[in-house]
Each structure stands twice: as C-alpha cells, then as structure tokens.
Design a protein around this ligand. Structure first.
Ligand code: DGL
Length: 216
C-alpha cells in the first residue's frame, strides 16, 4: 500500500485523484490544492514555485511515497526544479499529449487547450518541435477556462464557438492540456460532434504510477 500525493492549483487535481483512487483502491490518495493562488496559468514560474514548494514539503512530511503534479502548468514550467529540490520522492508530471495527438491525427491538425503559462513554456515548445513536426498545432484562447470550471460557470455557447472554430480548421484531435478541463471532457466531446476526438492523460499517468510503484 502506498500513499500517493496529488497536487494541482485547484479542482483539476481532484479529477486526477479520483481516477487514481478508482484504479488503485487499496492505496491512499492525498489530494492537495492551492485555492489561495489559483489560477497558476497566468503567473510566472518563479512565483508559482514559491507557492508549490511548501505544499510539496507538507505532502512529503505527511508520508507521500510519490507525488503526481496533476497540473500541466507546474509540470511544463517547474518539474525540473521540483525534482532537484525533492530528489528522494518520485514526482510524476502531467503535460499536454502532443505526441499521441500527432500520431493519431489524420488531417495533420491538432488543437492543444492549455493555460497561457503552459503554452509559453520551453517544455511545450520542445514537445511540439520533437513530436509534431509537420503537424499544424492550434492553440485556442483558454485563458478563462480554469476560472470558468473552478467557479462552475461553464458557458457552452462560448465553448461551442471555440470548438466549431477548431473543427472548421480541420483539427481532429483535441488535447486537454490542463487538468481542470478534464471536468468538461464530455461537454467538449459532445460539442465536437464526432468531428474530433478529445484526449487527456489520466490513464497514461496511472500506468506511469504503477511503474513507479514497481507494479508493472
Ligand atoms: N490545472 C492546471 C493545469 O493543469 C492549471 C490551472 C490554473 O491555471 O491554475 O495546468
């Protein structure tokens, strides 16, 4: 039995924590968020690092054997620094699924929905350069999505316009590159009306977790 820490700025991590609990019912999942400072997606990495450090310290003090950084923003901007600060605790990151999307697209067009900080990160640029050569990557403005989801104010009409725009530009894979968006996966799938598939990384993260825990 392991203690698995799951962290995000807000309720995005809860979606990931629930998926882990369902897949690993005998382990203990400790979910932590940072409601005081949400959203992270419009902040500078160094500022976010200052918020995240004490929370990770607490989780390790609480006995977490492994921590899932269930936040694309934290992973793409800070995972290297965090791994250097906490070398004795395995950290599993979550980042936009550019590689699977690029492999899956038939039209050569994918859409990555993510926070401004994730889209501006070097890691994300590297993912595109490495895995999406020759693929058009659309990056819709999702800067309000985390707020909208956190406060239960999902505006389906606005989403419909954004999803239609992506599909009209021939995107056939939509990547949910922020864990908050996992909560509206089904809405986006519905709005895409079979024109695009929607992907998010909960199952690959569980696979990685099993590997890190020595169970696969
Ligand atoms: N859920 C986080 C992510 O995966 C970010 C939300 C925020 O902006 O705080 O990127």
């Amino acid at each position: 039995m392991a203690i698995i820490g799951v962290f995000d700025s807000g309720i995005g991590g809860l979606s990931v924590a629930k998926a882990i609990e369902q897949a690993l019912p005998d382990d203990t999942v400790v979910w932590r968020s940072d409601h005081k400072h949400i959203p992270y997606g419009d902040k500078l990495p160094q500022e976010v690092l200052g918020f995240v450090m004490p929370i990770f310290e607490d989780m390790i003090a609480e006995g977490c054997d492994v921590i899932v950084a269930a936040c694309n923003t934290v992973t793409t901007t800070l995972i290297g620094e965090l791994r250097a600060c906490f070398p004795d605790t395995p950290l599993i990151g979550i980042e936009p699924m550019v590689k699977p999307a690029a492999l899956h697209t038939k039209n050569g067009v994918i859409a990555v929905c993510a926070t401004p900080a994730t889209l501006a990160s070097k890691r994300y640029a590297w993912l595109k350069e490495t895995y999406a050569q020759g693929v058009t990557v659309l990056e819709p403005d999702c800067s309000q999505w985390a707020y909208m989801i956190e406060h239960n104010r999902v505006n389906e009409q606005q989403l419909q316009r954004q999803i239609d725009d992506l599909c009209n530009k021939r995107a056939d894979v939509i990547v949910l590159g922020c864990t908050h968006y996992h909560w509206i996966e089904e809405v986006i799938q519905k709005l895409a009306k079979k024109r695009a598939v929607v992907i998010q990384p909960e199952q690959p993260v569980i696979k990685r977790l099993l590997f890190v825990l020595g169970r696969s």
